[in-house]
Write a protein that binds this ligand. Structure first.
Ligand code: SAM
Length: 359
């Protein structure tokens, strides 16, 4: 049954076609009932509709126009040679480029993503299969939260963990307050790939290091200004102990800061760490994603890491999806307690308290 859902629910985690994922539940609607084995029979009817309708929606999406081919005469066929987790930045790039190339989705404009996507020598579909909307929607959602942060904090710093080939700062540049700092932290191979296309400067710093090597990047973040941390498609690749340590360190060092991130459901995380792994295509299996938490436990888990932190789930913008299923059926289905933990991922926001000290 889970396999069927996986086949057509969307993401690296999000929509409902193809790969699988995200957060569809407004926090106030989040039920707290755990999923029990004896719920299986009562799940058959909603799951049947979910699979049928998601399949229809997937097929409709699969017919979206593909991103354009490289138009540049100088930068086509760039070989960026990524593997393991850094390679997954090509998966999210492919999906964002699809949305940005689709003129019916004018809410997501990203010429830079389309240009970078088309410049790289890589068979995206052979690895990741047909592109979908998931990461375009996720990026749009993260964009809105950064814009809100700047509206309230016009001198605020954005620290973007695991930015990979994200072109978010270009999408937001017209609304970005003058003189604000943007710090991008990613592993050395991913940062090298980024710098084929995007160079750092005085207001846009690049740190080629793991986010867990906090000595490499924390000293660059101003202490006298508000800070907004974002992590799209990162935390699932870390282990729980490291992630908890990172949260506590950020809370110690940057009181009152906020972090926005996405997180996988437990079943999908377990799938990626199983012997067969999560195969997206015949030739590509995702790297293991060891950290996952179910929707009905997520708030409690993140809360337990940093006491007095304000933890909320950010509703997934289902209205951005063109499909009948995602607009009309998913909002109803995800209210069912037996469905909520099957949703492959969620977006969470944690506001750290004004002061905490962890060992
Ligand atoms: C799925 S991609 C997401 C890229 C980008 N955030 C996006 O949404 O397009 C995962 C990214 O996590 C980065 N990454 C993995 N482990 C990391 C770590 N420990 N520290 C920093 N970045 C890491 C990879 O290099 C890669 O760029």
């Amino acid at each position: 049954m889970l396999l069927l859902i996986k086949v057509r629910l969307c993401y690296d985690c999000y929509c409902i076609p193809k790969q699988t994922t995200d957060s569809f539940l407004p926090p106030k609607l989040s039920p707290t009932l755990p999923v029990h084995r004896n719920n299986n029979r009562s799940m058959i009817v909603p799951l049947f509709f979910l699979v049928v309708l998601a399949t229809i929606s997937y097929n409709a999406m699969a017919s979206a126009p593909p991103p354009e081919k490289c138009k540049s005469t100088e930068h086509c066929d760039v070989d960026i040679n990524l593997s393991s987790v850094p390679e997954t930045t090509l998966w999210t790039l492919q999906n964002r480029a699809l949305v940005a190339s689709d003129s019916s989705k004018d809410w997501f404009q990203d010429d830079k993503a389309v240009e970078i996507h088309s410049s790289i020598k890589y068979d995206y579909e052979a690895s990741f299969g047909k592109p979908d909307d998931s990461h375009g929607i996720r990026s749009w959602l993260f964009d809105q939260h950064i814009l809100d942060f700047w509206r309230d904090n016009p001198d605020g710093t954005v620290v973007n963990f695991a930015e990979g080939l994200e072109t978010q700062r270009f999408r937001l540049e017209e609304s970005r307050p003058l003189g604000t700092l943007w710090i991008s932290v990613d592993l050395p191979s991913a940062m090298k790939a980024r710098e084929h296309f995007i160079l750092p400067n005085a207001e846009n710093l690049h740190v080629a290091a793991s986010v867990l090597d906090t000595d490499e990047w924390m000293h660059l973040v101003p202490r006298d200004k508000p800070v907004f941390f974002t992590a799209q498609g990162l935390f699932m690749y870390l282990n729980e102990k490291d992630l908890r340590g990172l949260f506590q360190k950020i809370s110690n060092e940057f009181p009152s800061s906020t972090i926005l991130f996405d997180s996988l459901s437990k079943w999908l995380s377990d799938k990626t760490t199983s012997p067969e792994g999560w195969k997206l295509t015949d030739t590509y299996t995702t790297p293991p994603m060891p950290f996952g938490v179910n929707k009905d436990k997520a708030q409690g888990v993140f809360q337990s890491w940093v006491s007095n932190a304000k933890v909320e789930e950010v509703p997934w913008p289902l209205e951005k999806d063109n499909s009948f299923f995602m607009r009309n059926v998913a909002p109803l289905l995800i209210r069912l307690p037996m469905i909520q933990n099957l949703v492959p991922a969620m977006v969470m926001k944690v506001k750290f308290p004004p002061s905490t000290k962890y060992g």
